[in-house]
Design a protein around this ligand. Structure first.
Ligand SMILES: [Zn+2]
Length: 425
């Protein structure tokens, strides 16, 4: 992971330093490293690396590789206070280092994305400890073009989905990722890729985004100030705003409908000043801003309705809900993004849809015209540093090779050849 202050400086250096590398290697760069000749005098340790297959236990893995079962018991005992080794899960990676007599000298097991169990032979048996996974971080450049959905443009794997969700989270105040995307919209992302033993494992932080949506360019730069990192536009203004662009969160919807690829949501403007979102019954509805619940229940044509009060005399309405989320009762404080309920067709509705309304001092207003209050901008004193970072990032956007996430699916690991390490762990 990137350190706080040092991370920014490092990011600048690394971004500036990126060009020569991009010019040197093409995406078809092939690895030509010779295997290192083995030195005869070194102890003959070999490494067994794999991942747990469905139905496999450590016992069967020991048998498969002809390892000494007695050592398995000793290892389990050593690990007992740290991690119960009988719970190995399919798909998790492991690595044995064994000597020429097939005695285990070290064993590593990936407990979860961020933690690994390390068991090592000591003079008097084994020692075990849990460690943070020592990811190597590389900067990856990914691009895509919207055909239908953001997820479609990135790919369908778990990691692609998580990148799509992170991207939508960063721009959620400006773009409604469920309805605003247009065919031909494009994006470029610079993101941390976290690698383990040279293999891509997952995405880390998004460092910068350039997204063209419906002809408008949106940019986001990750910048750290006072120990807090956040995303800013090219002028150093915070991307966080008092109100989210939409009450239907791409993040919530993506995680609650993970089985189907498309969840068509239509936005229908009505002369009644509200916005109707046609969406499947059960689609989660989120609070667009921090506030307090002033109404929660059934109200005439609105059906099941939640009304929130916000700063500056603002109110938001969420109507026709099939169900109000538990705990969303009058008087309760809510935060931006909190679950309010689920789309339905209670009250006067011909089909399942969310009726969303913004009011100021009781008068309906057009959310599209409303001037949003934004979060704290980059401090004046930090602006030179921010501008330097933004300029370096812009150069990467302008001149780098960006991998099309879908067209060249296999290139992600090759992208490592083009990228720099963000930190040395
Ligand atoms: Zn309506």
């Amino acid at each position: 992971m990137i350190g706080k202050k040092a991370g920014v400086a490092f990011a600048i250096i690394f971004l500036v330093g990126l060009f020569p590398v991009y010019q040197l290697f093409s995406p078809h760069f092939s690895k030509t490293e010779e295997p290192e000749p083995s030195v005869a005098s070194e102890p003959a340790l070999k490494s067994i690396e794999s991942s747990i297959e469905p139905g496999e236990t450590l016992f069967s893995i020991f048998q498969k590789h002809g390892l000494n079962i007695d050592e398995l018991f000793a290892m389990k005992q050593a690990a007992a206070s740290v991690y119960r080794l009988r719970q190995v899960h399919p798909g998790q990676s492991y690595r044995f280092v064994v000597d020429d007599r097939n005695c285990v000298s070290a064993f590593t097991y990936q407990i979860n994305d961020n933690t690994e169990l390390k068991i090592e032979r000591q003079e008097d048996g084994f020692s075990a400890q849990k460690c943070e996974t020592p990811y190597e971080s590389r900067a990856l450049t990914i691009s895509g073009q919207i055909e239908e959905t953001l997820v479609g443009a990135l790919g369908a794997s778990k990691e692609d989905l998580s990148l799509a969700i992170s991207l939508s989270d960063i721009l959620a105040w400006d773009i409604d990722f469920n309805v605003d995307l247009r065919k031909g919209d494009s994006f470029k992302v610079i993101a941390e890729g976290l690698y383990l033993n040279g293999e891509f494992k997952k995405y880390g932080k998004i460092l910068a985004i350039e997204m063209i949506n419906d002809g408008r360019t949106h940019k986001a730069y990750l910048f750290d100030q006072n120990g807090r990192s956040d995303y800013f536009d090219p002028d150093g203004k915070s991307l966080r705003k008092a109100f989210l662009k939409a009450p239907l969160s791409f993040r919530r919807i993506s995680s609650s409908f993970s089985h189907s690829r498309r969840h068509p949501i239509l936005r229908i403007h009505r002369p009644h000043h509200g916005i109707d979102y046609a969406a499947p019954t059960g689609t989660p509805v989120s609070a667009t801003a921090d506030g307090r619940v002033t109404f929660s229940g059934y109200k005439g044509q609105y059906g099941k309705l939640v009304i929130l009060s916000h700063r500056n005399g603002m109110q938001t309405y969420y109507g026709h809900l099939s169900r109000i989320a538990p705990g969303v009762g009058a008087g309760k404080t809510v935060q931006q993004g909190d679950l309010m309920g689920y789309v339905g067709m209670t009250g006067l509705a011909t089909g399942p849809h969310l009726h969303y309304e913004m009011r100021q001092n009781g008068r309906p207003i057009n959310p599209a015209r409303f001037k949003m209050e934004a979060g704290p901008a980059v401090a004046k004193a930090s602006m030179p540093e921010f501008r330097q970072l933004a300029a370096a990032v812009d150069q990467v956007f302008a001149r780098s090779v960006f991998y099309s996430a879908v067209a060249a699916k296999d290139s992600r690991s090759d992208a490592g050849d083009l990228a720099f390490m963000l930190s040395s762990q």
